[in-house]
Design a protein around this ligand. Structure first.
Ligand SMILES: Nc1ncnc2c1ncn2[C@@H]1O[C@H](COP(=O)(O)OP(=O)(O)O)[C@@H](O)[C@H]1O
Ligand SMILES: [Mg+2]
Length: 224
C-alpha cells in the first residue's frame, strides 16, 4: 500500500513546493512509483515543469468540482515512475469554487482510495493556509512534512500549526502522523540560523528532521 504524505504549512515561501518536487523526483529516481498532487490553486507544480494552461487538459479543479476521475488528470512529464496531477485554477471564481467543493473534507481521501495501491508514494503539495484544501490533504494523508525556515517568527507559529494539524487529525483522520519538521533554505554561516535550529531541536526534538535543506543561491524557481 502506498504512503500518502502531505507537505503543509500555513506560510507561503517556506519550500513546500520545492520539497514536494525534489522529494518526488528523488523517490522516482530510486524506482519508487510516485505521484505528486498540486492542491495549491497557484499551480506551481505545473509551472515548475513548464506546463502551460493549454497543455493541462484536466487538473484538481475538474476532480473536485466536476467530479472527473483522477486518472483523467494524471500527467506524465517524461520521468520514469513519476506523475503529477496539476492544479488548473484559471481565476478567482474557480478558486472559490474549488475551496467550496473542498468543504467535504474527505473528498480527496475518497478520490485517492482506488489509487493507493498503484503508487509507492503520493505527495500532496498544499496551499499556504489551513483552509479546506489543506484539510482535505491532511484527511487523506498518512503523514505530514512541515517545511520551515530558520526564523524566529516561524518558531512562534509552528507550535500553533502543530496543534491545528493534531486537531484536524483527531477529527478527520486518526491515523495521521507528523513525519517531521524540515528546515529549509538553511544558511549555516549565519549564527542566528544556527541558534534557531538549536532552539528548534530542543523544542521539537524527534519531530525535527536531522537533515536540513541548505539555501542554494543557484536555486531558481521553475528550474529543477
Ligand atoms: N533550498 C533553497 N535555496 C534557495 N531558494 C530556495 C530553496 N528552496 C526553495 N527556494 C525558493 O524559495 C521560494 C519559495 O519556495 P517554494 O518551494 O515555492 O515555497 P512554498 O511552496 O512553500 O511557497 C521559491 O522561489 C524557491 O525557488
Ligand atoms: Mg507552493
Amino acid at each position: 500500500m502506498g504512503k500518502i504524505v502531505a507537505i503543509a504549512s500555513q506560510k507561503g515561501g517556506v519550500g513546500k513546493t520545492s520539497t514536494a518536487i525534489n522529494l518526488g523526483v528523488s523517490l522516482a529516481i530510486f524506482q519508487k512509483k510516485t505521484l505528486v498532487i498540486d492542491m495549491d490553486p497557484q499551480g506551481s507544480i505545473a509551472e515548475t515543469f513548464h506546463l502551460n494552461e493549454f497543455e493541462i487538459e484536466y487538473g484538481i479543479f475538474d476532480i473536485f468540482v466536476k467530479k472527473i476521475p483522477l486518472s483523467s488528470a494524471l500527467m506524465d512529464i517524461g520521468l520514469e515512475n513519476f506523475e503529477i496531477v496539476p492544479s488548473n485554477v484559471r481565476d478567482e471564481e474557480d478558486e472559490v469554487e474549488l475551496y467550496t467543493s473542498a468543504f467535504h473534507i474527505k473528498l480527496l481521501s475518497n478520490v485517492l482510495q482506488p489509487y493507493i495501491d498503484l503508487y509507492d508514494y503520493i505527495l500532496i503539495d498544499c496551499p499556504p493556509n489551513l483552509g479546506t484544501l489543506t484539510m482535505n490533504a491532511l484527511a487523506a494523508a498518512n503523514s505530514v512534512i512541515i517545511p520551515i525556515q530558520c526564523e524566529y517568527y516561524s518558531l512562534k507559529s509552528l507550535g500553533k500549526f502543530l496543534r491545528s494539524v493534531k486537531n484536524i487529525g483527531n477529527k478527520f483522520n486518526v491515523k495521521l502522523s507528523i513525519l517531521g519538521i524540515l528546515i529549509t533554505m538553511y544558511d549555516k554561516r549565519l549564527k542566528k540560523s544556527r541558534e534557531i535550529a538549536n532552539d528548534m531541536s530542543k523544542s521539537f526534538k524527534d519531530l525535527l528532521f536531522q537533515t536540513k535543506i541548505p539555501r542554494n543561491s543557484k536555486y531558481r524557481k521553475h528550474h529543477l
